[in-house]
Design a protein around this ligand. Sequence first.
Ligand SMILES: Cc1ncc(COP(=O)(O)O)c(C=O)c1O
Length: 367
Amino acid sequence: MKPISIRPADLARPHVPLLKPYVPGLQPAEPGWIKLNTNENPYPASPRVVEAIGREAAADRLRLYPDPGSSRLRSALAAHHGLAPENVCVGNGSDDILNLLFRVFCDGEQPAGFTVPSYSLYPVLAAIQDGDVVKMEFDRSMDLPIDRLASCGATILFLTSPNAPTGVGFPASMLGDLAQRFPGILVLDEAYADFAEGNAIGLVREYPNVCVTRTFSKAYSLAGLRVGYAMGSESIISLLDRVRDSYNVNRLSQAAALAALEDQAYFEETLRRVKNTRDWFQRELVERGWYTYDSQTNFLFTEPIDEDGRAGPEVALSLFEHLQENRVLVRYFPKHALTRSFLRISVGQESEMATLNEHIETWTGSE
Ligand SMILES: Cc1ncc(COP(=O)(O)O)c(C=O)c1O
């Protein structure tokens, strides 16, 4: 018998065949690259993480489903941040948490707001919902446009704080002001807050409309295991728990994140090294005369200047390509006027940044 003739795309919800998936930074399959393009940690996770994974695997528990609520990790995170377990929801990376927030709060009638530039996953998650969006542009200062944000009319507002790809941090007092004035859910995506001087966790205790998201991918070096979490009022967290997969965080990831959290001495030491390298490299860029935002993250956003003293999209692209030819990966965002003259450089180990410096020098012809 001939199979029925069906085109699955004709049966999909009409917006789905038109979706453009998120484009992650390149993950080269072969070794030999200096990888400064996806803001991973250049240092390994705590040795206790590997032990914990080994113990979990050896204990004949992999055939059992994981704890559906990640309850030990949830309680440990709550205690770590001075909150109750009811204020925490753990996800398969913070992308999972962001996705849940879009699913709960955004559709064709309830718009999601975000700034431009910020994390480029937000518009993708809104599009999957077939949801409306409100975009608010920064200007080159990258100062928070508080009045526009407060009155943007979105149901849920996503603010990357510190911002990506610029690395710029926002004062907690300003975020508190926004939480007070914005009549919707304010999500503060703190993927990089471990590298910053301040954070907004205090606002979770004060404002029932604030949700702070965090990740183990950056400062805890666990990007490969996918663990993130949300902190918010009981009411926000119970909504997220209603829509998440029941087993959204696997056994090994729960054990690993718990071990990483418990090894704060290792965490602090890794953080110190990354921040020292960041501050040194930022000074290098500034000494070159390249416009570079003050970074509160583990990456630097800088506007390269070529040997003729020019900056601009062609110049940024030229350095990007030169680095790629030399097996150094950084990130270039050509689509927006505020980003296309810049490159985003993740902070690597000191030796990797020194090699990057050498390649920059061959490019500028100063060697
Ligand atoms: C601003 C921002 N939020 C969230 C994430 C996602 O982190 P995770 O690995 O926890 O999904 C990233 C990853 O690069 C990010 O840059």
